[in-house]
Write a protein that binds this ligand. Structure first.
Ligand code: PEP
Length: 258
């Protein structure tokens, strides 16, 4: 029997928003979640997560307290503490009230030269601090057009997967780079093909039972209009959402598609 995995709807706010925007977006989502939870016999079938910029973690944690929305960091350093100006440790994220840390987003891989080995070390630091790591992988358009989508994702997964990964402490996000912020979405066939490959590779790395339970998110121009089709795919267990996570209507619209 196929494992039942709880859908994760995760918003990556990237470097967007000021304190007032963060408060108002998180507050409005919190109100919607509270109303949903208050309905008789209604346990949301999805988990909601918001990942604001590091400086806005405090106000966002406060705004969603008790509302059933998790908060996460967009990155963490591989070291526990020390001389790393501008960086954020996983322990600090945890102490702020975070449950998750995104690691290896393609924008970090590109802007900060993060390698698979660095991503793996960051995910392991997240675990050590008691956070779940959302490990991002995905091919570029050039790699896809060269017929290397599968091999690229296989290699990135093997290199970025933290030691001791379990379905509880790790989530994989498949984010084709060509679909991030471009309005181009992977077709259901393209998404399912890579998600199934990831699950098969996970089975080899951590065992079939754990792989069957691990959530694999799709990321790349997910919107209310395409979410239902993507979230219905057998190996898609949620979304990592950028642009559409910045408005209540779009982000909630995606959650409603679950
Ligand atoms: C992302 O940044 O992880 C992302 C998927 O962005 P967008 O939804 O805007 O494509």
């Amino acid at each position: 029997m196929a494992a039942k995995r709880r859908i994760l709807i995760a918003g990556n706010w990237k470097m967007n928003g000021l304190k007032k925007d963060a408060r108002s977006l998180a507050g409005a989502l919190g109100t919607k979640m509270s109303k949903l939870k208050a309905k008789p016999q209604s346990k949301p079938e999805f988990e909601m997560l918001v990942c604001p910029p590091a400086a806005l973690l405090g106000p966002v944690v406060d705004a969603v307290k008790g509302k059933g929305i998790a908060v996460g960091g967009q990155d963490c350093h591989a070291n526990e503490a020390g001389a790393h100006t501008g960086d954020t440790s996983a322990a600090l994220l945890k102490s702020m009230g975070c449950k998750y840390a995104i690691v290896g987003h393609s924008e970090r891989r590109t802007d900060h030269g993060e390698t698979d080995a660095m991503v793996k070390a960051k995910a392991e630091a997240a675990h050590k601090a008691g956070l779940s790591a959302i490990v991002c992988i995905g091919e570029t358009l050039k790699q896809r057009e060269a017929g290397r989508a599968k091999s690229t994702n296989k290699k990135q997964l093997a290199g970025s997967l933290p030691a001791g990964a379990t379905a509880k402490n790790t989530v994989i996000a498949y984010e084709p780079v060509w679909a991030i912020g471009t309005g181009k979405v992977a077709t259901p066939e393209q998404a399912q093909e890579v998600h199934a490959l990831i699950r098969a590779e996970l089975a080899k790395a951590i065992g079939e039972a754990e792989a069957a339970k691990m959530r694999i998110l799709y990321g790349g121009s997910m919107k209310p209009g395409n979410a239902a089709e993507l979230l219905a795919l057998p190996d898609v267990d949620g979304g990592l959402i950028g642009g559409a996570a910045l408005t209540v209507a779009d982000f909630w619209g995606i959650a409603q598609a679950v």
